[in-house]
Design a protein around this ligand. Sequence first.
Ligand SMILES: Nc1ncnc2c1ncn2[C@@H]1O[C@H](COP(=O)(O)OP(=O)(O)OP(=O)(O)O)[C@@H](O)[C@H]1O
Ligand SMILES: [Mg+2]
Length: 357
Amino acid sequence: MLFDLNPKESPNELFGREEELDELVRLLRARRWVAVLGPRMVGKTSLVKVANTRIDQNAVYLNLWGVKGTQGLLSALVHGLNSSKSLLQKVRDGVERVEGLSVGPGGVSVAAPKKPLRTMWDLLNMIGKQKGNYVIELDEVQELAVISGHLLKMLANIFNTYSNMTFVFTGSIFGLMKTLIEPKSSSPLYGRSPAKLYLRPFEKTKAVGFLNKGFKEYGIKVPHDGITDAIEERLDGIPGWLALYGNNVAVRKMSFEKALSDTVSEGLKIVREELEHFLEGRDRSAYLAALKAAATSARWGELKGAMEARRQLPVNDATVYNVLESLKASMLIDEQEKVYRVNDPMLRTLLLTAKIR
Ligand SMILES: Nc1ncnc2c1ncn2[C@@H]1O[C@H](COP(=O)(O)OP(=O)(O)OP(=O)(O)O)[C@@H](O)[C@H]1O
Ligand SMILES: [Mg+2]
């Protein structure tokens, strides 16, 4: 059902992504590394999961949301391995010999290894040495930003050693993504950058098609105006918001109006959590000042002014530059002809209407 709220896993549940799906499948069959890029709720996880059903390779999917450090990454890898029965079978014996890992009836488990990075490397080697091709999918890869140095080195080593092992990277807010997808000449991944696959929000006709098809599955007739207004005003063709809106009407039996306002407030809640997550460990007041100014579009001078007004202190150009660069790298703002703007309609609404200090 189109309005199901989990990431889609089968091709017939995935709406309007034929080209992107073909592209991802083609790249993976050609053993390319891929970064799936796009705004939140656009369907990145769904695309990756559906692609898994079409490639003849063992896919190990890792959800990294909330993962901290190397130990967390290792646990996620072990968890992914445990969900891939055939691969688990193959590496079982080898895993017994890796420091910090053990195998029981429930699969592999991690017992506080002395050097988690080493254990991780041994485990990946074990997988790489098996016959067959493997795809390792790191979803929400921005969570690994704190260990990016180690991670990039390890990835470069894998790239050079095992042609049967490919990686897919996905994430919605990506500080780390930039170092992955556009590695500088000093980076271990230089010259090995993954192919980029962009997922964009649906165009209006496709968005209407999505809602019509979804409502039809429930036998609900939709007044045309209700749909187009909703899309235009608030949901902006993002499949995840469209699905939530449809679900509110079809499953939770809300009126079209209530469904829309609920979707927007749910969206705002999620965006707020992500924003707070992004601000952790960053210069909160500088970032918030810049974001709020960019919510209505602003030039460099205006952004700098906003930051100074908030701090009631002069702010130097280097600080302004760094803040703007990292907001751009995280895809929270866009720059066009020297005008900076917040892309996401939900984030814009949040910055302009909610109390965030
Ligand atoms: N092409 C599509 N067809 C049908 N449903 C979709 C499609 N794309 C996304 N969805 C739905 O939208 C929601 C978000 O999808 P998904 O989790 O795949 O997006 P995401 O980009 O990974 O989001 P996040 O940024 O939160 O990780 C889910 O309910 C999913 O079922
Ligand atoms: Mg996702």
